[in-house]
Write a protein that binds this ligand. Sequence first.
Ligand code: COA
Length: 702
Amino acid sequence: MPDSLQSLFEANSIAIVGVSDDPTKIGSVIFSNLRQEHFAGAIYPINPKYSTIFGHPSYPSLLEISTEIDVVCIAVPQPVVEQVIDDCIAKKVKNVVIITAGFAEVGNAGKELEERIAQKLKNADIRLLGPNCLGFIATHNNCNLSFAASTPKKGNIAFLSQSGAFCTALLDMAIPKNMGFSHLISIGNKADIAENELLRHLAQNPKVSVLGAYLEEIEDGRELLATYQNLAVKKPFILFKPGKSNEAQKAISSHTGSIAGSYQTFKTAVSQAGIILAPTIRATLSLLMAFSWLPLPKGDRIAIITNAGGPGIIATDTIIESGLHLASFTDVTKEQLKNSLPPTSSLHNPIDILGDALADRYQIALRAVTADENVDAVLLIVTPQLMTQIEDTAKLVVNTAKLVKKPIIPIFIGGKYVKNGLQRFFDNEIPAFVEISDAIETLKQLVMYSTNTPKLSPAIATKSTLASRLSAVTTSVPTVLSNSLTEELMNEFDIRLPPQKLVSSIDEALSFAQQYGTAVLKAPNEVITHKTDVKGLYLNLQNQDDITQAFNELQQNIAKATGKHPQSLLIQQQMKYKEELFIGANRDGDANVYNGSGKGFGHLLVFGKGGIYTEIYKDHGMVIVPANRQDFLSALASTKVVQILTGARGQKPLAVDQFITTLERLQQMLLSYPLISSFDINPLAITEKEVFALDVKIFCNH
Ligand code: COA
């Protein structure tokens, strides 16, 4: 697909419709921002009331301009916008930016107008940014086509935002910290240009090395993952997405007219794809800054230099908690430190150069650890004592950082006394922190980005012999599959079930038990979906009396709950096993989610400690489909039950390999039958040798 966004962000001619002689109106602010940045192309203010405005020739309408126009920025009231759009089409402009609010975000009438305008522009092959947006800033083109209060310096961060206010707030924090941006793009209601296309466009720009976004709603989940994973040049992508709680989701609907997806699915999916999730605004800023300025660490071995014991301990704790490691220094480093630092210094990691340290001690320690091959990154902690040389220390860190290819992250803990030191770092493009945990969380993300290479999971060959039968029973509301169809599905994907049979008489049940021993009697799924609603499960049936009694009781329970006498009951062999696990899945998006015509992230596979206390333990690993074996293993490693599976307290390890294979097979089932909206296998029994599904419920809908 040709990149049609170049003429927008590298425009040569821009018209602004709605510039007023009142300098405080939005159209006038945009006009003034564009001129102030010395935009080199042609600028055409449009307003029928003036022939010149702020000393610049003004035009009554777009149609009066004789030359080509790359971008038209519209800042007139909502009822006038459509007329201006018609002029844009008549003038054959290339791009339109609609600043005006009052479209999909305010209800159906606005939505209809927005859709009509977007369709008109699409038919005319004109691209649209917005409506309801702040505009954009493309610093390398000296183009500030927004009503933001300030323009950042030229840099390598490209940031897009669904909220204009987030852009301006971010800028207000970023500019004093000297952060440089290539682009700041407010996407508003995304009636045409949305995040995936922008990511592709921005990532292939050599001036962009960090991608960032604030997104309230993801247009197309799977496409976002594929877009990021298929970028020709890998670049870090820092994403901040609100909307975790139901309350926040309501606010989102009224704010942008869009609906947020399920946060857990989103989080699992984007993390699996290697996208970096920022939990807060502060973290967003720190991550953008760190990825923009720092070299990437080659590994996770961290050296700490400190002039205070306490912060050294805090940093050590935080490093361990975060999964990073303290570096073990080489003998050469130890020798150097021993020869040059006071004898009471602590020469192990963290290196404590003592409270009275001047800049020279920092210099000695920093030189030694940056040269050490066992060190991948350095945290340099300063607390301000009376003699502490804040600015000299900052100066030497700046000088050293210019010479080494390892990240050095200063943490200057304090307020008034450390302020100038921090500012010197920002002025020299070094991310610096006051809070230890902020620094380490940022460093952790640098390490993870640098050392993990998430790969697109291989396409999985799919079977679909039961497709037509599944379709036949599927409606738009989730419907549970019958036990017999469930069993066929399990057989197709080699998921072992216990010996089981649908029986319609006590005699049949008894002859099953004669063959298989101790039995379990259950209500079939299609009769009672939730067996806790009614006593629908009888375990440990040892003899004829047990079976007869359970059979009769279960029939009565079902008849009472459903008003119908059940035709058959499910009898199973009672299996012996070591541990109960569970595997479940839930689909984000509809049944077309994998074939390109649907939207969403697809199935989230969840697994962990099973049995009746699953909800209480909440011990879950999660992956988004498709995942590879490594993804499954990493997700399993995040659970507690993995300790039992791998042999806690001298127990023999259980069949972890078969468990992962079971996950892979179930994933294949989901990809083969995307009609499956959710399933639950609980318990999934595991022994030292095998895994079998004791209770399986599968739901389908379109
Ligand atoms: N062509 C050119 N100019 C036109 C016009 C047309 N067809 N119709 C009106 N104008 C002029 C007006 O005469 C006025 O100029 P004037 O002051 O010289 O009379 C100028 O355009 C602006 O119109 P005005 O009616 O004064 O509107 P406004 O500036 O108060 O508000 C918007 C216009 C677009 C800013 C406002 O409708 C809006 O949507 N505000 C919210 C924007 C927002 O929050 N966006 C999302 C940010 S994240």
